[in-house]
Design a protein around this ligand. Structure first.
Ligand code: MN
Length: 253
């Protein structure tokens, strides 16, 4: 599959440390030559993620504090700050205003603001950002706290409106697209509308499934196929575009 699409594929947001075979799935990404960003949900997971990915060519780890965990773990922002200077990739971070997490939105806002200000101060970071039911608030915080030339922001599984997407584009944001977004009628339209030079692919595995099992990074091959049909490009051309976008976001590949 990868061979037919030519170059390397990209999974810019997944949680490899939540798989029972964490170490094995990293090696699978290396074998299949899939550029993979594995995010963490708590900074406590950072040392092991960092150690296991340090010598990898295709896999990088992100330092995160997931908005859905902030209600119980907001104090871990100090640990996140301790590790911050050694991380280039930041995530999963952001806001979640869904019914289960709405009550911690104030705390989430405090934490995410700290994250954005730290990135603005240090520069050179790449963020993968969660914005479920909070696209406007996320964009407001980015606009107020993080200058466009200080970081690359990738909005993961973005489900905001078209006008919110337009605003995100104006702020310089990229979008990582997964198979669930392509399956959803409403989000298909958004995915078709985004400019080619701002899109990446992701699985968000293991939180998405394919063929009755949790997605794995190699499943982005199918996502590129589905996305290419939707966007009326060949899978080969789309894979090449996505790889070019990755190069722009990440200087080191
Ligand atoms: Mn995620």
């Amino acid at each position: 599959m990868n061979q037919r699409m030519g170059k390397h594929l990209v999974d810019f947001h997944c949680h490899l440390d939540l798989y029972p075979d964490f170490e094995n799935v990293i090696l699978e990404c290396e074998r299949d030559q899939i550029y993979t960003l594995t995010v963490t949900t708590t900074p406590k997971a950072w040392p092991r993620n960092r150690a296991l990915t340090a010598n990898m060519r295709f896999v990088r780890a992100g330092l995160g504090l997931h908005p859905q965990l902030v209600a119980e773990r907001s104090l871990e922002i100090s640990l996140w700050e301790e590790y911050f200077s050694e991380a280039k990739y930041i995530g999963e971070v952001g806001l979640d205003a869904g019914p289960q997490y709405f009550r911690s939105l104030g705390l989430q806002t405090e934490v995410f603001t700290k994250v954005l200000r730290a990135c603005n101060e240090q520069g050179g970071k790449v963020l993968t950002v969660h914005s479920f039911r909070a696209a406007k608030q996320v964009l407001d915080l980015i606009e107020a706290n993080l200058a466009a030339d200080r970081a690359f922001v990738v909005l993961h599984w973005f489900t905001g409106t078209k006008s919110e997407a337009r605003r995100a584009l104006e702020l310089g944001c990229y979008f990582s697209i997964n198979a669930e977004m392509i399956r959803s009628e409403r989000h298909r339209e958004l995915v078709g509308f985004l400019p080619a030079d701002r899109i990446l692919t992701e699985t968000d595995g293991p939180f998405t499934r394919r063929g009755g099992r949790p997605s794995r990074p190699s499943d982005v091959a199918a996502t590129v196929q589905e996305l290419s049909a939707l966007r009326k490009a060949t899978p080969e051309a789309l894979a090449e575009t996505i790889l070019g976008n990755l190069r722009r976001v990440v200087f080191e590949i």
